[in-house]
Write a new protein. Structure first.
Length: 253
């Protein structure tokens, strides 16, 4: 691992239960500045729940979480200020796009900037326009989300998350609701973010993305992180039997 100063996300023994069912079981991991970590594994492994624990959309029952220098003890009740401080540094992109349908694409991106960053509407709109240019949607600024394709809506959601200048971007299966062509639009933007040095944690079923873009791949199964290493190590030479079984199933589909 790199020096502690370069660690953007640190998880220590993070555990999450729903009733008597443990969905994340003692996961520890670090993600350094500029690193792309892809999390893969079978359905029901706890991948999405783990990602939601990173920015405390789900509060773990045990463990410690650090994002952008803000550390919380997840085993105790957290004050609203603690939640806000941590979430301020983690942008989240979901499977569903979660855009406000009554706002234009530009307004969707500017809204949080005026509320969270306390920018003027003009300044927020200027920055939003730059972000739309970055994700290839400059011509959709005044369009309402329902008049955009799924791929365009997801790219707008990425721009909205980037607008708050997070230290890490969290992606939860961002292409799972899209057909392959539209999904490729989103993956192209994500690839560019990685090239630009954005720290990213990506829960994905896109194995080519994990292989070609991620710096490291982590495998989750049965609520545990069972294997982690370079894409070549994990995807081509896995050592854990559960990883081997998962990859055989993926390759034989």
């Amino acid at each position: 691992m790199e020096a502690a100063a370069n660690v953007v996300v640190r998880l220590v023994d993070v555990t999450k239960r729903f009733g008597e069912h443990t969905v994340v079981d003692g996961v520890s991991a670090e993600v350094c500045k500029g690193e792309v970590l892809a999390i893969v594994g079978p359905s029901g492994a706890g991948k999405s729940t783990l990602l939601r624990c990173v920015n405390l959309l789900e509060q773990p029952d045990e463990g410690r979480i650090t994002v952008g220098g803000h550390e919380v003890d997840a085993s105790r009740p957290l004050a609203r200020g603690e939640l806000a401080a941590l979430r301020r540094h983690a942008g989240m992109v979901f499977q569903a796009f979660n855009l406000f349908p009554h706002m234009t694409v530009l307004e969707n991106i500017s809204f949080a900037q005026t509320r969270v960053l306390d920018l003027s509407r003009d300044e927020a709109d200027r920055r939003s326009g730059e972000l739309l240019e970055r994700v290839g949607l400059a011509d959709k600024a005044d369009v309402y989300p329902l008049r955009c394709s799924g791929g365009q809506q997801q790219r707008a959601a990425i721009a909205r998350a980037l607008a708050l200048e997070p230290q890490v971007m969290l992606f939860d299966e961002p292409t799972s609701a899209l057909d392959p062509e539209l999904g490729l639009e989103v993956l192209t933007v994500m690839r560019q973010l990685a090239n630009d040095g954005m720290t990213m944690i990506v829960v994905t079923h896109e194995m080519n993305f994990a292989k070609n873009v991620a710096d490291e791949v982590a495998v989750m199964a049965d609520a545990k992180l069972i294997e982690r290493g370079s894409p070549r190590e994990v995807l081509e030479q896995p050592t854990h039997p559960r990883t081997q079984a998962f990859l055989r199933a993926v390759l034989e589909r």
